[in-house]
Design a protein around this ligand. Sequence first.
Ligand code: ECB
Length: 135
Amino acid sequence: MPPDISGKWILETNDRLEDYMKALNIDFATRKIALALSQTKLITQDGDKFTIKTCSTFRNYEISFTVGVEFDEHTVGLDNRHVKSLIKWEGNELVCTQTGQKANRGWKHWLQGEKLYLELTCEDVVCLQVFKRKE
Ligand code: ECB
């Protein structure tokens, strides 16, 4: 059985988000806003079907997918690129590869202790976010 990462999670720590945004060519002003934001993840998980909503006071971003089924992702409000995304379980890690203009792009989620981890990768940059459960 894969782990259950569903629930409401709030960002606790954020490492190298600015470098990740630079790798995605996000402009200076948007980076400064994004860096100052609190983020909340709302994850629903029903077997292989997921919805992940990333919410903030500035912008929200949502994806829905089925594990193992590639889909077209348009990162509206992030870097606004089109990628082909494929998400799989690799052991206890939920791993996404985002194929497109940017090399080595993707993310992975896993649970450790009471925390939800997210690694966001683009080119040679790895951003690490740690979330704790909200209520
Ligand atoms: C949606 C809240 C953040 C809004 C930031 C707005 C502009 C910054 C532009 C690009 C920054 C790139 C990423 C910001 C960090 C996290 C957003 C979602 C990252 C993501 O791909 O999450 C995955 C895994 O949980 C699900 O979409």
